[in-house]
Design a protein around this ligand. Structure first.
Ligand SMILES: [Zn+2]
Length: 321
C-alpha cells in the first residue's frame, strides 16, 4: 500500500488537516475552528482528533505528520518557541512529544510561511527553480528563502522574515517594533487602510459603491475591483504598495540573484496591477545585472501552498534545511 502523510495548518482561527501522498495528491481533508482559548493541550487534542478521523476515513494511518505553525519553532525538537497571536504564546510547548503518541507517527513542525515555501518548492514553481524566494502577502508579509534547492532556515528557523525589510527609515510603525518595514507599507491591512481613507474622503466613488460605504468591506479584493472600474486614486494606492514591495524584492534579487520570486497569499489576488508594477520596479532598481531575467510569478499552488508544504515536511521527515 502507498504511504500516506498528514499535513496540518495551525491557524489562529482555523485548523486544517489533510492526508496526502508523496506526490502531493490530497486524498481527504477537513477543517475545524482552532479554539485557541483552550490552550496548547486542548488545541493539540483537537488536532489529534481531526487527523485520526481522516485516518479512519482513509482506512490508513499516516506515516508522518508535518505542521505549519504561525511563529517560531525548534524544528529539531518539535517544540514551539513563540506564537505571537496565540494565548500564552505557546512558549516551549512540546508538540511532538504530546502529539506523536496520540496519532501514532512522528511529528514535524515548521514556521507556516517557510512551510508554504517548501510546498511551492516541492510541488509548485520550485520544481523549475534552484534558488527561489517566496513572499506571502496577507495580514502581514511572510517570506521564505530557498538557496540551491534548500530552505534557508538559520539557527532559529527565522531566516526569511522578508516582511521586515526596512523600506522607509521614518515610515509607519510595524508590528515588529521597527519603522517603515515593507509589511507596514504593503500588507493587505496597509493597502486597505489607504482604501478606507480614500473612500471616506470622497476620492474613491467606485469603491464606495462596491463596499456600500462600509469601511469593513474595503479589502485588496474590492479595491482591485474599484481600480478596474476606474477609481484612479485606488489604482494609485495599489501601485504605490506594489512599488514598495518591488523595492524589497529588488534588494532580495540583488542579494541572491534567484531564478524565481513567487508571490502568494490573499493580496496576490490583486493580479496584474500588482505584478506588472512589482516587475517594473524590480527592473528599475536592479542595475548590477538584468533584473528582467528573474521570473516573478503568482504562486502555482495558491491557498494550498501551506498544506502541501506540510505534506512535504512529513515526507522529508523534517530534513528540509
Ligand atoms: Zn517589521
Amino acid at each position: 500500500m502507498t504511504k500516506v502523510y498528514a499535513g496540518v495548518d495551525l491557524g489562529g482561527t482555523m485548523l486544517k488537516a489533510v492526508l496526502g501522498n508523496a506526490d502531493g495528491k490530497i486524498l481527504c481533508e477537513n477543517s475545524i475552528p482552532t479554539q485557541s482559548h483552550l490552550g496548547p493541550n486542548g488545541v493539540l487534542d483537537r488536532i489529534a482528533t481531526l487527523v485520526n478521523e481522516l485516518a479512519a476515513k482513509a482506512k490508513q494511518k499516516p506515516a508522518a505528520l508535518g505542521m505549519g505553525v504561525p511563529g517560531l519553532v525548534d524544528l529539531k525538537a518539535g517544540v514551539t518557541k513563540f506564537l505571537p497571536n496565540f494565548p500564552t504564546q505557546w512558549r516551549e510547548v512540546k508538540v511532538r512529544e504530546t502529539l506523536s503518541p496520540k496519532i501514532g507517527c512522528p511529528v514535524y513542525l515548521l514556521n507556516d510561511v517557510r512551510t508554504a515555501t517548501l510546498g511551492e518548492l516541492t510541488y509548485g514553481h520550485g520544481r523549475t527553480a534552484n534558488t527561489m524566494v517566496f513572499f506571502a502577502l496577507g495580514t502581514g508579509i511572510g517570506g521564505g528563502v530557498v538557496v540551491d534547492g534548500k530552505l534557508r532556515l538559520g539557527p532559529l528557523g527565522a531566516a526569511g522574515e522578508l516582511g521586515h525589510l526596512t523600506i522607509l527609515p521614518d515610515g509607519p510603525r510595524c508590528g515588529c517594533g521597527n519603522r517603515g518595514c515593507v509589511e507596514a507599507l504593503a500588507s493587505a491591512p496597509a493597502i486597505a487602510a489607504e482604501g478606507v481613507r480614500l473612500m471616506l474622503s470622497g476620492q474613491a466613488p467606485k469603491l464606495h459603491e462596491i463596499a456600500g460605504g462600509d469601511a469593513g468591506k474595503v479589502t485588496t479584493k474590492t479595491m482591485a475591483e474599484a481600480a478596474a472600474k476606474g477609481d484612479e486614486k485606488v489604482a494609485e494606492a495599489i501601485v504605490r504598495a506594489a512599488e514598495y514591495l518591488g523595492i524589497a524584492i529588488a534588494s532580495v534579487v540583488t542579494t541572491l540573484h534567484p531564478d524565481l520570486i513567487v508571490i502568494g497569499g490573499g493580496a496576490a489576488g490583486i493580479g496584474d496591477l500588482l505584478f506588472d508594477n512589482v516587475r517594473r520596479t524590480v527592473c528599475e532598481r536592479v542595475k548590477m545585472f538584468p533584473g528582467e531575467t528573474v521570473r516573478i510569478e503568482p504562486s502555482l499552488l495558491g491557498d494550498k501552498a501551506g498544506i502541501l508544504g506540510a505534506i512535504a515536511l512529513a515526507v522529508k521527515g523534517g530534513q528540509v534545511g
